[in-house]
Design a protein around this ligand. Structure first.
Ligand code: AMP
Length: 283
C-alpha cells in the first residue's frame, strides 16, 4: 500500500491505472477505523481492480463546539489495518491540501440536508457533500462505498451524484454492529463503561419501533413518542426518533411501504445515530 498526501502524487498514480484500463473503487473515511469501515474496504476490493481509501477529518462538516479537535486520529494504526487488507492507496491529505485558503464554493443538496441531523447540525451536510464532491474529483473513482449507518449522508450523496451527473456508482453497505447490537462508530470510544452498557438500547428502540409499525395497531406518532420516552428514561437525550419514507426521509404515512426509522441521541459526550430499514409488505 502506498500512502499519498498530495493531489499531484495521487494524480500520477491514477494516470497509470486509467491508462491500463483498471477499475477504481473509493472508500472515504475520517479514520479511527473499525470493522464497519473495513467491511466497506472488503466490498470495494471485491468489486474493483484498485482500491483507494481516504482518511480526512473534514473541518467543514463539524459545527462550532463539536468534536473536530478531539476527534480520534489514529493514522498509524489505521494504515496498518488498510495495508493488511491490501488497499492500494491510502490518501491522507492535510486540510491545506484539501481546501484552498480562499475557497468560495460549496456543494449543497437542498431539502434532504436540512432534515433530521441537518436540523441540529446546520451546515453539516454541506460540509459532507462538498468534501465528497472534491474527493470524487481527486480520485475519479468508478465506484464509491458508503455505510447505511449514516443513512441520511448516503441519501445526500446519492442525490448529489444524480443531480451533478457525477460518473461514480454509489454502493451502500449494511451497518456493522457490536455483538450487543450497538452500531460501530468511531465516537463509541467516547462512552464511559457505564454508558457503553446503555448504548445498545438505541438499536433496541429502533427494533421495537419496527415491530410496532409492522403490528399496524398504533399510530406512527405514538410509536415514536413511546420509544423516545424509553430512551430518555434510560439516560439518552433524544435529538430525533422518526419513522420516515426510505425514499426521501420525509415523515412516513400509514400506506407507505419502504420505511426507515432514523434516530439520533446524545448519551453523555457522544451523539449516537442509528437507523433500521424495512418494508411493510414484501412485494
Ligand atoms: P466515518 O469515518 O465515520 O466518516 O465513516 C466512513 C464511512 O464508513 C461512511 O460511509 C460510514 O457510513 C461508514 N461506516 C461508519 N460506521 C459504520 C458501520 N458501523 N457499519 C458500516 N459502515 C459504517
Amino acid at each position: 500500500m502506498q500512502t499519498i498526501n498530495t493531489i499531484k502524487n495521487l494524480a500520477a498514480v491514477l494516470k497509470h491505472w486509467k491508462q491500463a484500463g483498471l477499475s477504481i473503487a473509493f472508500v472515504p473515511t475520517m479514520g479511527n477505523l473499525h470493522a464497519g469501515h473495513l467491511k466497506l474496504v472488503a466490498e470495494a476490493k471485491a468489486k474493483a481492480d484498485k482500491v483507494v481509501v481516504s482518511i480526512f477529518v473534514n473541518p467543514t462538516q463539524f459545527g462550532i463546539g463539536e468534536d473536530f479537535d478531539s476527534y480520534p486520529r489514529t493514522e498509524a494504526q489505521d494504515a496498518k489495518q488498510l495495508a493488511a487488507q491490501e488497499v492500494d492507496i491510502l490518501f491522507l491529505p492535510s486540510v491545506a491540501e484539501m481546501y484552498h485558503s480562499n475557497a468560495k464554493t460549496t456543494v449543497s443538496v437542498a431539502g434532504i440536508s436540512a432534515l433530521h441531523c441537518g436540523l441540529s447540525r446546520p451546515g453539516h451536510f454541506d460540509g459532507v457533500s462538498t468534501v465528497v464532491c472534491k474527493l470524487f474529483n481527486m480520485v475519479q473513482p468508478d465506484m464509491a462505498f458508503f455505510g447505511e449507518k449514516d443513512f441520511q449522508q448516503l441519501a445526500v450523496i446519492r442525490t448529489m451524484v444524480r443531480d451533478l451527473n457525477i460518473p461514480v456508482k454509489i454502493h451502500a453497505v449494511a451497518t456493522i454492529r457490536e455483538s450487543d447490537g450497538l452500531a460501530m462508530s468511531s465516537r463509541n470510544g467516547y462512552l464511559t463503561p457505564e454508558q457503553r452498557k446503555i448504548a445498545p438500547q438505541l438499536y433496541q428502540a429502533l427494533c421495537a419501533a419496527k415491530e410496532a409499525v409492522l403490528a399496524e395497531n398504533q399510530a406512527f406518532a405514538q410509536i415514536e413518542r413511546q420509544q423516545r420516552q424509553n430512551l430518555e428514561s434510560a439516560g439518552f437525550a433524544v435529538d430525533y426518533f422518526s419513522i420516515c419514507r426510505a425514499e426521501d426521509l420525509l415523515p412516513a404515512k400509514q400506506n407507505d411501504n419502504e420505511l426507515v426509522i432514523l434516530a439520533a441521541a446524545k448519551l453523555g459526550k457522544p451523539r449516537l445515530i442509528d437507523n433500521i430499514q424495512f418494508k411493510i409488505k414484501a412485494l
